[in-house]
Structures are given as structure tokens and as C-alpha cells.
Design a protein around this ligand. Structure first.
Ligand SMILES: [Zn+2]
Length: 153
């Protein structure tokens, strides 16, 4: 669909593409307030979960299993918070939503990346919105490489 930014992601947007399952593209999120946080973007323009095809659901199920295993194995995540929110699209008087799903891994114990410690202080509670998600570029790269290596193997 023309006019949808999510249908026309730039090369820069795609820098942190972890994998493409065929129906979904998985990106490491710009915000790493929860280490390994990703966004799954449907590879076609579609506005809600209710409109997913059976193949897209099956593909999503496989990805949920794979990503949870990856996040638990690579960073020691205890669980994952999955959410499909879509709220920001509806700030526009003429919303053009493009389905995407967030996954935030949650940690009982801090994660250490390049000697920097990242703690999940709200573990056991709803994720926080104001945690401050930008991490040093070298840590972002390290998170990306570790996840990609696991997913590609
Ligand atoms: Zn779109």
C-alpha cells in the first residue's frame, strides 16, 4: 500500500533485520530497554490480527517458539512479554495500521553486555515505558550478532 512507511522500510530501517520467516520480518528494536527486544513486522499490509491468514498464524507460532528459545538461551530471559498494540497509528485521524508485534524479554537476573549491566528492575510486573531504551552502539551490535548467530544456526 502506498503511503505506509512500514511497507517501504529503508535500508537503514532494515539494518537490524534478524530474520525473515517468509511472512514476518524480525528486527532488533531500536529501544533495548529489555535486552533482545524485537519487533515482528508482517510482510504485507494488513491492519489487525483478525485478518491474518492461517499460514501467517502458523509462521508466527514457529517464530514465537524460536525467538523465546533464542532469548532464553542467549541472554537467560525468564519469560517474554508479547504485545500487539498499534495505538500510535490511531493518533492519525485516518489511521493506516500495519500489523506488528513487540516482544520484550524479561529478566530475573541482570544481563551483562560488553561489561555493561542491564537490570530488569520491574521483573514480575508490567514492563515500563520510561526505562530509556538507547544503549551504546557497540552493545546494540553485540546483542544483534549474538541473536543472529543463534537464529541462523
Ligand atoms: Zn503497510
Amino acid at each position: 500500500m502506498t503511503g505506509c512507511d512500514w511497507c517501504h522500510l529503508s535500508e537503514e530501517d532494515r539494518e537490524y533485520l534478524l530474520c525473515d520467516s517468509g511472512c514476518w520480518s524480525v528486527f532488533l528494536a531500536d529501544e533495548q530497554d529489555y535486552i533482545g527486544r524485537c519487533v515482528l513486522v508482517l510482510d504485507r499490509h494488513c491492519g489487525s490480527m483478525a485478518e491474518l491468514t492461517d499460514d501467517e498464524w502458523q509462521d508466527l507460532l514457529n517464530l514465537v517458539r524460536k525467538l523465546e528459545m533464542c532469548l532464553k538461551t542467549v541472554f537467560g530471559a525468564d519469560l517474554c512479554n508479547w504485545s500487539c498494540l498499534m495505538n500510535s497509528f490511531f493518533k492519525d485521524p485516518e489511521p493506516c495500521p500495519h500489523l506488528h508485534i513487540h516482544v520484550r524479554p524479561r529478566y530475573r537476573n541482570p544481563v551483562v553486555i560488553n561489561g555493561n549491566t542491564y537490570a530488569d528492575d520491574a521483573f514480575g510486573h508490567h514492563y515500563t515505558h520510561d526505562k530509556g531504551g538507547r544503549i551504546p552502539e557497540e552493545d546494540m551490535q553485540a546483542v544483534f550478532i549474538r541473536m543472529k548467530r543463534w537464529l541462523d544456526s
